[in-house]
Design a protein around this ligand. Sequence first.
Ligand SMILES: [Fe+2]
Ligand SMILES: [Fe+2]
Length: 367
Amino acid sequence: MPQTILLLDDEPDNIVLMEKTLQRKLRDVSTVSFASPLEALAWCSGNEPDLCLVDYRMPEMSGIEFIVRARQNPRFDGIPMVMVTGVPPDDVRSAALVSGATEFLSKPINPPEMVVRCRNLLALRRSLSDQRQQAYRAGGELSEAVRGIALREQEVIIGRLVRFSEARDEETGSHMRRMAFLSQLIAQEIGEGREFCDLLLLAAPMHDIGKVGIPDRILLKAGRLDAAEWEIMKTHAVIGYDVLKDSDSGLLKMGAEIAHSHHEKFDGLGYPHGLCGESIPLVGRIVAVADVFDALVNERPYKNAWAPGDAFDLMRRERAKHFDPACVDAMLKRIGEVMDIENEFSEKSPSKDDLESSPLRREASRR
Ligand SMILES: [Fe+2]
Ligand SMILES: [Fe+2]
């Protein structure tokens, strides 16, 4: 099925540039263009694009107002909306994100960057629509056996989504697996039930899925990020939440909550909302411990691996600062199993089987 990109810009030259570039570089994509937000809204009332690129400054209404009005239609929930603008001041940026913009594309338009980001967002949109269809089918009059198959398919699709996000980042599949098992271990130790723990195992790898919306020049930058780049990098939490929220699937709902809250800190100094203590969702507090610990004890392109003892010390020092003390204590009580997980899925020996199978199936083989 071809996908449709809606282009909205009051400057005809920009529309021509976007149309020509996208039609030349993307296969199976058609564009529908408007100079007037009101005309675009009228079209949207009877049609559903797969992606919208929206100018910020337009005479009839701003891009933000357009996005708010388009999003009033529930069918627009999962549609990525990119705001095309010069460097926006912080308040415009936050207003756009709160109103439902998925990400930003800078003006003047850089055609290669636009193509890469549209391609990523369209792939994500396609995966999510497939997943929605699965969920829809799973909700009908299905036998338990078929429901089981639908759930496994959902798991596979989510696995692919996560791999898609890994492919753009320095994160590896092994990191996702280890941090998922560590999250599950912490949840078990603090007394959460079997269903919650299993769901968390599958949902935790979605924590950084919003990084698909971060431009390569920032995501893949070798050196340190400057302040403006860092602000953009931080939006991955909101982008991930936006693409996963509003689904009927419990798994995606949990994934959305994790994506949104895994960089909040217990003392309120995290992002995106500076939540503190137990106002941070439990899944976010758990994943923060698992994600940071695993990043510390493994090598990354920008750092050496820490000795486990040093990493445990840091986790202790950050009790009630970065991390929920209960989650840190839970991990410290199960140090043996933490190290088993680290060793079993080490970077050095990811077997083919590790890379192909989902965490839940790997877990069955661990039992
Ligand atoms: Fe993250
Ligand atoms: Fe991570």
